[in-house]
Design a protein around this ligand. Structure first.
Ligand code: ZN
Length: 266
């Protein structure tokens, strides 16, 4: 495990876990994802921890998965190898955050795109700075069917999710709040303070009762089919990875894909 890819702080009953690859806009390498999953497991087992804040060091929350690492280490993966890799690190790790028994808050600044958007939306609440922006340009830039976890319609509403995915465009923090995806918008200066205040407020409640209110809230969308819909999308996402179109788009080169993504993202 590479501990330097994340940092962990304990502030009273609040455990703050921060992505710590600011020089790479917190691109999610597999080492980072393994460390993050382990950190959540540790927070789950710590009886003193009542709330987890998922934050990020530097100017941006996360630019998504580490595409350079993917190109260097996994371009030769078979269908089976890609399925196993993405099912564990992209899908199951995300669902473990969704299923995390204690309340979670994502603290978001700057870019929150692609897998960054996916990760932040696994948390129960999102506090964003005024300069935060959200996008999923993956379909446009890579020719894949969005991300591994299609959480978008559940947190944005169907129509906004379609707009986001069909255009690949960004939405800013104010618009994300208007859609209901973001709970609180703070100035960049006050982001950490306001997130911590919200976390401490939640942590002041009886913790077992808090867990017992989170579980049925999640179930209220699971009975509407969230878990099956996400699982079914994962399968189609894997199919998109082996389409002719995806092969052509990725052959155009990593640099082009990133440039196209940035352009589409505005
Ligand atoms: Zn994928």
């Amino acid at each position: 495990m590479n501990e330097s890819t994340i940092t962990v702080e304990q502030i009273g009953a609040v455990r703050r876990i921060s992505l710590n690859r600011p020089q790479a806009r917190n691109a999610q390498s597999h080492q980072l994802l393994d460390a993050l999953d382990a950190a959540f497991e540790d927070a789950r087992n710590d009886s003193e921890t009542r709330v987890v804040v998922l934050a990020a060091k530097g100017a941006h929350f996360s630019a998504g998965h580490d595409l350079k690492q993917a190109a260097a280490e996994r371009s030769g993966f078979t269908v089976e190898e890609r399925w196993a890799f993405e099912e564990r690190r992209y899908f199951a790790y995300c669902m473990r955050i969704w299923d995390f028994p204690k309340p979670t808050i994502a603290q978001v600044q700057g870019a929150c795109m692609a897998a960054g958007l996916m990760l932040a939306n696994m948390c129960d609440l999102i506090v964003a700075s005024e300069d935060a922006w959200f996008s999923d340009p993956v379909t446009h830039s890579m020719g894949a069917a969005s991300l591994e976890v299609l959480i978008h319609p559940w947190v944005l509403g169907l129509r906004k999710a379609k707009e986001l995915l069909f255009t690949g465009a960004r939405i800013d923090a104010a618009e994300a709040k208007a859609c209901g995806m973001v709970n609180v918008v703070a100035t960049r200066e006050n982001l950490e303070r306001d997130t911590l205040a919200l976390a401490q407020k939640i942590a002041s409640a009886p913790p077992f009762a808090m867990q017992l209110v989170k579980k049925p809230l999640n179930r209220s969308v699971e009975v509407q089919g969230l878990r099956h819909a996400l699982s079914a999308h994962f399968d189609l996402h894997q199919l998109s990875h082996v389409s002719e179109e995806y092969q052509r788009t990725t052959k155009a080169g990593l640099a082009n894909a990133i440039a196209a993504g940035a352009k589409v993202a505005g």
